[in-house]
Design a protein around this ligand. Sequence first.
Ligand code: SAM
Length: 296
Amino acid sequence: MYKIATPSKTREILKKYNIRLNKRWGQNFLVDPKIAEGIVEAACEAGDEVLEIGPGIGSLTELLLARSCRVVAVEIDPRLTAVLKEFFKDFTDSALLTVVEGDFLKQDLAALAEKHFPRGGRFKVVGNLPYYVTSPILVKLFNNYRDISAATLMMQREVADRITALPGTKEYGSLTVLCRYYADPRIIFNVSRRNFFPPPEVDSTVVRFEMRREPVVRVLDEDLFFKVVRAAFNQRRKTILNALEKSVDNWNKEDAARVLKLAGIDPMLRGEDLDIGQFADISNCAAEYLDYGSKD
Ligand code: SAM
């Protein structure tokens, strides 16, 4: 193994393969071996089955393999998949590492797991994310939450703050509620922009999402639940009564007032005052008591 996550090794590899990093793909590589170790330590245990998002030149991959994990690494840049296949040839030959060239967002995660993870249980996810696609990646992972036990992801600090925000704060919003619905997210540590090559314009944070086996609240109609949540935060300064009117399907003010009364929620509150249980109550009362068949 090389200890890839150092400034000198990273520069040496990029020079050797004549690779100029592509900003558009969020190619800021981690160049601190202790941070790389910390991420892998938080992400998995020896022998785990791990899906890696955006391996780059393999700074996390080598540490996962050193822990005898079985790794599927999805990388969009063909120049980098070529490097990975050469570096880790012994591991690809023995099928401990599978390098998939392509866009992570287009992968069928269940099919990848079925093909490459023989154990057949829930797998782990790790990645120093390309920040331009953080939200769609999270949504994709949540769409597969039953197959994933935990995801340890480095992301822009401001996004990590929104994900772990408490009700009543300005960071609290629909992303917070979405993440909490499917997972228990915890901040592991912060990472300065100085620990990347080239340094990005923002600082980062590593977050571990413990995926739930079932969503944290019981919801009768998931589409409706997320419509309510989005409406509540779309116009943050409005009261929940005004925010729901006309924004959720074709609810009028009477519908919104009736649902809030049934759910026992003060119509003068704002979306940011409500916790996930209250959003579930609103959407469940609406699903039960509004004439939903005629409203779609
Ligand atoms: N894991 C490496 C590290 O920690 O240094 C690289 C992290 S870098 C922030 C993000 C990586 O994701 C880059 O290698 C980039 O090419 C890759 N990437 C960008 N968009 C992607 C996508 N849609 N699907 C898969 N990989 C992607």
